[in-house]
Design a protein around this ligand. Sequence first.
Ligand SMILES: Nc1nc2c(c(=O)[nH]1)N[C@H]1C(S)=C(S)[C@@H](COP(=O)(O)O)O[C@H]1N2
Ligand SMILES: [Mo]
Length: 319
Amino acid sequence: MALLKDKLRYSDITPKQIFLNRRQILTGTSAVGISSLLPNSAYADTLNYIKTNYAVDAEITSKSDATSYNNFYEFGTGKNDPKNNASMMKISPWSVQINGLVDKPGDYDLDDILSGIGLEERIYRFRCVEAWSMVVPWIGFSLSKILNKVGVQPSAKYVAFETLNRPSEMVGIGANPRFPWPYVEGLRLDEAMNPLAMIATGMYGESLPNQNGAPLRLVVPWKYGFKSIKSIVRISLTDSQPETTWNKLAPQEYGFYSNVNPNVDHPRWSQASERVIGGSIFKLGSPLFSGSKRETPMFNGYAEEVANLYSGMDLEKFY
Ligand SMILES: Nc1nc2c(c(=O)[nH]1)N[C@H]1C(S)=C(S)[C@@H](COP(=O)(O)O)O[C@H]1N2
Ligand SMILES: [Mo]
């Protein structure tokens, strides 16, 4: 399925919103420590961003569904737990350690990372390995922009990511002590450099809610949702394939690549179709909820953009 260019952005289809960019407003003041001067709630401001070049021919999931039906085990394993518990997480100040095979390693304040990087809205399909899906209007930028900023060394082959591990603010961590915290994920470098691989800082015209991975998270639309790691505090460039949380927990069920593939079933359920979240007033499972099922396309509909990354790999095989 091709991407539809120049579609409406979320703000064009929502009631009047004033787009304030606190970073632009504060231009001229020192960029250092801006986020630490503002309360967490500053991140609820609406954002300034440019129109999308990425859209899909499908209805956008309601904001209330996308922000209340979540997977973020640091706040509990129930779908509503992240929304109920994630406000405990302090997201300002926030820094990301970038290390490993890079020219300019260091602890980067969020504002340093974002300075000079324009925000863009992208409407992506999002497919969880649990066989449900959403369509989400993210705001952010290509991951490659960060990687180019810090300078990737020629010996780097993979990118590893790590989530905040702060049990005092993340009640799911203590509740699930056998889970291998912190949550970690990884991509091959060429996957990470693909323009579709995105760092999101917002959604639905606003900064990311905590439950969706504030203040910055990965979004990899052609892979199962668990690859899209939330609330990132470390990015490491490595020469060997990094460990990934779900692969450590159940290697026979979750591979490193985990590309969306309707032809390779999960050992416990089919991946051929998916349940579309929302979109009907009828209860899930009702025979009237006919719009709720959708055939899952290869690479979640992004084959045109990413299939070339996997030439030579047997796509009928589990990776
Ligand atoms: N740190 C962290 N990142 C995570 C998860 C998690 O439990 N912890 N869950 C993953 C899974 S399984 C999915 S489907 C998506 C859900 O993203 P959403 O809640 O924004 O829809 O986040 C992914 N990123
Ligand atoms: Mo998921």
